[in-house]
Design a protein around this ligand. Structure first.
Ligand code: AMP
Ligand code: ZN
Ligand code: FE
Ligand code: FE
Length: 285
């Protein structure tokens, strides 16, 4: 039996491991395939693909997009197999990064007003890549002693409902799916538990809407999904004829409890990678 990971981050977004190191770690964990799914960018995918080739690991480029969705839920859509060279992908990542560039200075300004000494330059240095995400800012606040944990940084300052929270402009779910398809990729709803739906009927309505907008798959296995949720999402995916995927959502030491290749102690079967790759080769044929 061979195992994989289809959801992980690198320093190109808000993980503490550079892309090549994520792939090396995958090799150490005996994974046979990996997809890198940084927020809003594929900037890490070239290095990761090159390292994967060297180490004999199968690789798919990916991206994770945060779509517009009512509070307190969040809707993240994964794009697998997007073409790094396509103009549509370039335009998509430019749109997503502009959303951050408009938001981030507002967060820093608010923190300064609350007597938290932090600058955009420090955030940029911490980021190491093109995507400035809140977990990096949380790491700075932790290091400077304003908070005693990453979680506290979100509770006290950065999270939804906290004083320095600002929303960024997002694509609608339909737009996110369309733009992933236009870039040659497949669209998969990430960690459906984070939609925080009130009941199964609401969850099913949302998934049906996404399916009507040509969603390709559902992330069944994830670090936030216990056995009961894995079973529930498996049934939903089967009912709607969706691909089933799984990943850890590894973020290095920005989320210390998550290990690459394991989602709540559950490993991710190779068949999930093969099914994605098969569908991609048919959709691109
Ligand atoms: P951003 O992309 O800059 O909006 O930041 C999103 C990242 O922050 C995601 O990786 C989330 O997992 C993380 N995040 C959001 N809310 C929280 C929270 N309350 N506690 C810890 N991490 C959070
Ligand atoms: Zn992240
Ligand atoms: Fe996510
Ligand atoms: Fe993620």
């Amino acid at each position: 039996m061979s195992f994989i990971d289809l959801h992980c981050h690198s320093t190109a977004s808000d993980c503490t491991f550079p892309p090549r190191d994520v792939v090396r770690l995958a090799k150490e964990c005996n994974l046979s395939a990996l997809a890198l799914t940084d927020h809003d960018t594929i900037a890490g995918c070239a290095d990761a693909a090159d390292e994967a080739k060297k180490l004999g690991i199968d690789f798919l480029p990916g991206i994770e997009i945060s779509a517009d969705f009512p509070r307190p839920g969040t809707m993240h859509i994964l794009g697998y197999g997007v073409d790094p060279e396509s103009p549509q992908l370039k335009s998509l990542t430019e749109t997503l990064l502009a959303g951050r560039d408009n938001r981030n200075p507002l967060i820093v300004k608010k923190l300064n007003e609350m007597n938290v000494a932090v600058t955009m330059e420090e955030w940029e240095r911490e980021a190491k890549g093109v995507v400035l995400g809140r977990p990096q800012l949380a790491a700075i606040l932790l290091r400077k002693g304003y908070v005693s944990s990453i979680k506290q940084a979100f509770d006290k300052y950065l999270g939804q409902g906290a004083p320095a929270y600002f929303d960024k402009e997002r694509l609608s779910p339909k737009q996110a799916i369309e733009r992933i398809h236009a870039a040659g990729g497949l669209a998969v709803l990430a960690h459906p538990v984070q939609l925080r739906t009130e009941n199964d009927a609401q969850l099913e309505r949302i998934i049906k809407d996404l399916v009507d907008n040509a969603l390709d798959g559902l992330e069944i296995i994830h670090s936030d999904h216990d056995a009961a949720l894995v079973e529930k999402f498996t049934k939903l995916a089967d009912r709607f004829g969706l691909l089933k995927t799984g990943g850890s959502d590894f973020h290095g030491s920005n989320k210390k409890d998550i290990q690459l290749g394991a989602a709540s102690g559950r490993k991710i079967p190779r068949a999930m990678f093969d099914a994605l790759r098969d569908r991609l080769s048919r959709s691109q044929a």
